[in-house]
Write a protein that binds this ligand. Structure first.
Ligand SMILES: Cc1cc2nc3c(=O)[nH]c(=O)nc-3n(C[C@H](O)[C@H](O)[C@H](O)COP(=O)(O)O)c2cc1C
Length: 163
């Protein structure tokens, strides 16, 4: 990691975002915090941490551990909870009711966007269903299954409204 930081030193980069996993891991196993710490201590560029930040507490811990960070990047955490960044900024996690309301707003906007840009039910379902791999991970499993198996928009929306 120190070598990687030394290499980055020579590159005219505005910012570096580091997700401390190797490609082979994909999303499996732990993020390598030790390697991130080594890179952080050597890196002269503005640095952003990315990886496995799922809660407000996760974000706080990383910011405390690495005070010189330029920021954090949220991936799956933000897909699971589209209000995660807001909850972090406000300092209070959302209740499950508030979260559900936010997800509904997010889902409706997303749906309207794809309705305006895609043609046909099959395409629309193909775009919307994969979001449920991430959205509301703690939601009722039967409802999630009905969403994923829906073959028409009518069935899809009926399942979503049961959440
Ligand atoms: C649905 C999805 C799509 C992604 N697409 C890209 C991509 O196009 N390019 C990229 O560099 N990383 C992509 N990533 C990886 C993320 O940028 C991020 O590095 C990774 O998800 C780890 O962060 P997380 O633990 O916060 O999810 C994607 C991740 C997910 C879950």
């Amino acid at each position: 990691m120190a070598r990687a930081a030394a290499f980055a030193e020579c590159c005219p980069l505005r910012q570096i975002t580091l997700h401390p996993r190797i490609g082979k891991q994909q999303y499996k196993g732990e993020v390598d915090r030790e390697s991130f710490a080594a890179f952080y201590s050597e890196c002269a560029h503005p640095l952003v941490y990315n990886g496995d930040l799922l809660t407000v507490d996760d974000i706080r811990k990383v910011e405390e551990a690495y005070p010189r960070l330029e920021g954090v990047m949220l991936g799956r955490g933000l897909l699971a909870n589209p209000a995660l960044a807001r909850a972090f900024a406000d300092g209070t996690p959302l209740s499950s009711r508030e979260l559900l309301d936010k997800v509904r707003v997010f889902h409706t906007r997303l749906l309207h966007y794809y309705e305006a840009h895609l043609q046909g039910e099959v395409q629309l379902l193909g775009k919307m269903k994969p979001y449920w791999e991430y959205l509301l991970p703690d939601a009722d499993k039967k409802i999630k299954k009905a969403i994923k198996k829906a073959t028409t928009m009518e069935k899809y929306l009926a399942a979503v409204s049961r959440l």
